[in-house]
Ligand binder design. Structure first.
Ligand SMILES: [Mg+2]
Length: 229
């Protein structure tokens, strides 16, 4: 095995941080003068299209969502809304405890590191500024690729960009978006992170994977021992 492909939200990020998403959306809604509940509902309904790039970048997305909600923000309102939305994006992606050191150690051990994330524009636009960027050799984002997990094109893209075969890749994720079934079909070796210490995390998982990998770990600190065996 020469590479490890990670999921992003709830895997590299602190699973507890997802609980802050609604509050961060509330700040964006306020900037657009849209009721918070209406904005939350519109963002949820548009999720499949937003994460595959069909709403465009963050500014275009917020303009369109505002229109769908009956608002008519001017450019200054949009500036404020984009700032609020990107700041909210920072709040939902703090690194899981110890994860940056883990990524450094895995690279020092010679593993190539990849990422597949079902994500909207905010993460792609901010990626270079995140502490993850210098540690991930090949990030693959649904928003950029125009398809979402478990679409096989995402798995093919990450292994190609890592310069390895799918059979040489571990796939490590917390089990949203049917990601492990996709990884298994791609020929990768799936590992489920159960996040046992985060009882609310499972409830927040989008499109849970009905397939459970043979290999499961409670937290990422168990990954290095597992892949060395
Ligand atoms: Mg996840």
């Amino acid at each position: 095995m020469r590479a490890i492909v990670f999921d992003f939200f709830g895997t590299l990020t602190d699973p507890a941080a997802e609980a802050g998403r609604r509050e961060s959306f509330t700040a964006t809604a306020a900037a657009l003068a849209i009721p918070a509940d209406r904005f939350w509902q519109a963002m949820g309904a548009s999720f499949p299209d937003r994460i595959t790039g069909r709403y465009g970048d963050t500014r275009a997305t917020l303009r369109r969502i505002a229109t769908e909600c009956g608002a008519d923000p001017d450019e200054a309102d949009l500036d404020a809304a984009v700032s609020a939305q990107l700041a909210g994006g920072v709040r939902v992606r703090p690194p899981r405890a110890g994860v940056l050191d883990l990524l450094d150690r895995l690279r020092a051990d010679g593993y190539r590191l990849g990422l597949i994330s079902d994500c909207s524009s905010e993460l792609c636009e901010s990626w270079p500024e995140t502490p993850y960027a210098p540690r991930i050799d090949a990030p693959v984002f649904s928003w950029q690729e125009g398809c979402r997990k478990p679409d096989q094109r995402l798995y093919a893209a990450v292994s190609a960009r890592l310069g390895v075969s799918a059979a040489e890749c571990w796939y490590v994720g917390d089990g949203g978006s049917r990601e492990h079934d996709g990884a298994r079909r791609a020929g990768m070796r799936p590992v489920l992170v159960t996040n046992t210490a985060y009882p609310d995390a499972a409830a927040r998982r989008s499109d849970p994977d009905p397939y459970t990998p043979e290999l499961t770990i409670a937290d990422l600190d168990a990954l290095a021992p597992l892949i060395r065996t």
